[in-house]
Design a protein around this ligand. Sequence first.
Ligand SMILES: CC(C)(COP(=O)(O)OP(=O)(O)OC[C@H]1O[C@@H](n2cnc3c(N)ncnc32)[C@H](O)[C@@H]1OP(=O)(O)O)[C@@H](O)C(=O)NCCC(=O)NCCS
Length: 163
Amino acid sequence: MQKKVYMRKLDKNDLQSIVGIEERVTGMARPEYWAKRIELAETIRPHWASIIAEIENRVVGFLVGGSGELEFGLPGRVAWIDIIGVDPVYRSQGVGRALIEEFMAWADYHGVKTIFTLIDNGNQEMEQFFGRVGFTPGKVLHFQKDIRSRSRTPSHNFVRDPS
Ligand SMILES: CC(C)(COP(=O)(O)OP(=O)(O)OC[C@H]1O[C@@H](n2cnc3c(N)ncnc32)[C@H](O)[C@@H]1OP(=O)(O)O)[C@@H](O)C(=O)NCCC(=O)NCCS
């Protein structure tokens, strides 16, 4: 029998748990990055867009997203998923789906019509997961440019702290 997945808002006390999950998934620990990211989630992003999943009082997954009007040239109010992560030990128990369902419920409650995310081309795991939870390829084109060969430095008269 699947264990009950409990959903709640992400907060700053979740820092270690999130850093730990990401490290177990990617092999990389980014505590400073996540400290800033959580601060952003608590101050600027809508509160409902950053979600924690718990099983038996243990953090087993997280989702960080955002929402806004007319973002990326898309009409109306949209929401997006920046990152989703489920602890490898707790995979295939419906945690990822539960996080997406919670995010969709809040987005719908706030009048959002469309949710989107970006997936690296060839990332079969994420492609299949998002397909299973009802996402389909969208119509937005992703443009990018390699800027590594540029030699121009920033205009220091307005960049006070280039870091
Ligand atoms: C993708 C991910 C979120 C799925 O989480 P999960 O809790 O195992 O997913 P669920 O159990 O809720 O599965 C939901 C559906 O997706 C499918 N699915 C999940 N992972 C899948 C995979 N790797 N391949 C194919 N299908 C997959 C399941 O079969 C299920 O389908 P069903 O309900 O129709 O049977 C999780 O594997 C993960 O966090 N991956 C790493 C993502 C990442 O790199 N994040 C950034 C760093 S933290």
